[in-house]
Ligand binder design. Structure first.
Ligand SMILES: *[C@@H]1O[C@H](CO)[C@@H](O)[C@H](O)[C@H]1NC(C)=O
Length: 317
């Protein structure tokens, strides 16, 4: 197989499957498996625990926890579109993925990542209202608005990715089938096509900019207002506590958006390929792992709910 495709090769038969070249190192496969399997297990366990708590505990039936529950729901799906496939290839050495599987991964990843941006924006807005407008909070964030915001987040994510997937499905794939990535991400996949990819790349750029920048702006504005009001708190311990919660949220949000922007909004030059591959680990592995930890398990109400659930389980035995 040739690395470049020219006109004469245009009529080569379409590949039956793609091959994911994850980290290009046979020797380290096992090490990656040992590293990533626990990450996946902890991610799933943490997020599923939060879903169970939010659904079963009456005390957690507030907008903030509905957002969290829905975010955890999203993270379990999000992690599961990428990690199991990757773990299988680390453990078995089989790196092929069917064309259908590849498109499914592309679709669900795009959909869930956009939805995640919306959720992070909605949650920071919710924090903003709770901290900066405490007197009007219950009025501004009532049940109806909360359901609307959640519905809008789940629906918005699907618009852009539908257009992009439609355009990708129109492309012809000829001889090349090696994807230089650990999952079927948009740019590495369309690189394999032998049709003109300008329209898809342009659309993908516009869609990802619209998916990333407005939620990022909302998130940043909310946190700036939050930090300004924290600085006005007079008690030192109160200030410190609020600040530590806020800074951990900000760190995760910054890692998520920062890595997304570098990968999707910066130009597609080949010198950035490996950096982008590495940065993808931030938003594919790290965010779903860390979100449940920082948003809830450090939180007093959630700790209470966990204790109560375990006590109940204990009593039943
Ligand atoms: C998601 O949000 C809806 C609407 O507020 C809520 O009824 C539902 O319980 C939430 N789901 C989870 C898993 O928290």
């Amino acid at each position: 197989m040739h690395l470049t495709i020219n006109q004469e090769e245009g009529n080569q038969t379409a590949p039956l499957a793609f091959i994911l070249l994850d980290f290009n190192s046979e020797d380290l496969q096992f090490l990656f498996a040992i590293l990533f399997l626990p990450i996946y297990i902890v991610t799933m366990a943490g997020n599923i625990l939060i879903i169970i708590l939010v659904v079963t505990d009456q005390h957690l039936h507030t907008p903030m926890y509905f957002f969290l529950g829905n975010l955890s729901c999203l993270e379990t799906c999000y992690s599961s579109t990428i990690m199991p496939r990757m773990l299988v290839s680390f453990l078995s050495g089989d790196r092929t993925i069917s064309i259908g599987g590849c498109f499914a991964q592309l679709y669900f990843f795009g959909y869930l990542a956009t939805t995640e941006c919306c959720f992070l924006a909605v949650m920071s807005y919710d924090h903003y209202l709770a901290i900066c407008k405490p007197l009007h909070y219950t009025m501004l964030m009532n049940g109806r608005i909360c359901v609307k915001l959640i519905a809008v987040s789940w629906i918005t994510g699907s618009f852009g990715i539908n257009v992009v997937i439609f355009l990708v499905s129109q492309l012809t794939f000829c001889g090349l089938n090696k994807i230089n990535h650990f999952f079927c991400d948009l740019i590495p996949v369309i690189r394999l096509s032998c049709s003109d990819t300008h329209l898809v790349e342009m659309t993908a750029f516009i869609v990802s900019s619209f998916g990333i920048l407005p939620p990022l702006l909302i998130t940043l504005t909310s946190y700036i207002c939050i930090i300004r009001s924290i600085l006005r708190i007079s008690s030192a311990t109160g200030k410190q506590k609020a600040f530590s919660t806020c800074s951990s949220h900000l760190t995760v949000v910054a890692c998520f958006y920062g890595s997304l922007m570098i990968v999707y909004v910066l130009p597609n030059v080949s010198s950035l390929n490996d950096v982008k591959k590495l940065l993808s680990l931030f938003y594919t592995l790290l965010t779903p792992l860390v979100n449940p930890l920082i948003y809830s398990l450090r939180n007093k109400e959630v700790k209470e709910a966990v204790k109560k659930t375990f006590r109940r389980l204990h009593r039943n035995h």
